[in-house]
Design a protein around this ligand. Structure first.
Ligand code: FE2
Length: 319
């Protein structure tokens, strides 16, 4: 029985997993108003909600702390202040109840739960969230990055654009609603080799919002960035000859992106998989799920556990 604790950014999530089965997955997200995520404010939110979220998960799973075998926590990458709240909470529980801990790389957790739910073995992985945008393959327990963003994550692109046009709660899902029914205006399409760059697109989309209106600019921002993602994914598909593609991470919830990838995979004769939204947004169940997969190799005494803000998946190290 694994308790997972996620706290890399705006969400404090917890989940309980037993032999790959999710028994609970309850969290709470800090929603900044008229600003980006201020790490200190998000960390305060996590500390404030910690006990209540833990309680809700134990109740949902129908267990008590003494039934938990180990505690998995997000080791990174993420915002230092937020990561530390998760770590300290996990350590407190581990020391109080005599549990061991396992640190989990956040992208690894997104990927593993998506793979598990989609049931696609050894897929090509498109991981796309606020802070990350990467195209990956796993080979013998190591991840190789075939392409990635050279500046911001796709989610960050949408949030920054949303703030720029004056949205109070600038979030991709809100922006997607605004974009509905928009008309396409050409925007910079920047694919460099297998990598992507979004900063020029952000600047130009903000200009177009003033010229053509917010709706058309938002619509075009999604269409252009998603087309860029599809191009590199398709090229990696031909290079690797993988039989399936999964998309995971916060931006993977976007139905337009799912639809574009699904039709691309259909045309190319490969499988396509995506997990339900609750496992693509930041959540605790994925940390518990991934923790269970690596607990034999990664288990540590609480005193030895740390966080790493810049923990890239290609450095994945299972102590
Ligand atoms: Fe995430």
């Amino acid at each position: 029985m694994i308790l997972g604790i996620e706290s890399t950014a705006h969400t404090l999530g917890m989940g309980i997993v037993h032999r790959g089965k999710v028994l609970s997955n309850i969290g709470d997200t800090y929603k900044p108003r008229n600003e980006g995520i201020v790490p200190r404010k998000a960390a305060d939110h996590h500390a404030e909600k910690f006990a209540r979220i833990l309680d809700a998960n134990l109740r949902k799973a129908g267990i008590q702390m003494r039934d938990v075998d180990a505690i998995a926590y997000s080791e990174g990458p993420g915002l230092g202040a937020c990561l530390k709240v998760g770590l300290v909470g996990a350590k407190y529980l581990a020391l109080k109840y005599g549990k061991r801990m396992v640190g989990v790389n956040h992208p690894f957790a997104h990927i593993k739960i998506a793979e598990g739910i989609a049931g696609i073995r050894k897929p090509l992985i498109l991981y796309v969230s606020g802070g990350n945008t990467q195209l990956l393959v796993e080979h013998k327990g190591k991840f190789r990055i075939l392409g990635e963003t050279l500046d911001m994550g796709a989610g960050n692109l949408f949030d920054s654009f949303g703030r720029g046009i004056g949205m109070e709660y600038a979030h991709g899902a809100e922006l997607a609603k605004l974009a509905e029914g928009g008309k396409y205006v050409p925007l910079p399409y920047v694919v460099k080799g297998m990598n992507l760059s979004f900063s020029g697109l952000l600047t130009q989309a903000a200009k177009e919002a003033r010229k053509h209106g917010k709706r058309d600019a938002a619509y075009s921002l999604f269409e252009t960035s998603f087309a860029m993602l599809c191009e590199v994914t398709e090229r990696a598909l031909f290079l690797t000859r993988k039989k399936g593609v999964i998309v995971c991470g916060g931006v993977a919830q976007n139905r337009r992106l799912q639809g574009m990838l699904r039709s691309m995979c259909r045309e190319d004769g490969v499988e396509f998989g995506v997990a339900p939204d609750e496992y693509n947004r930041d959540n605790g169940a994925m940390i518990a799920y991934a923790g269970e997969l690596i607990m034999k190799k990664g288990m540590k005494a609480p005193e030895k556990c740390t966080v790493d803000q810049g923990y890239r998946i290609d450095q994945l190290r299972l102590h």
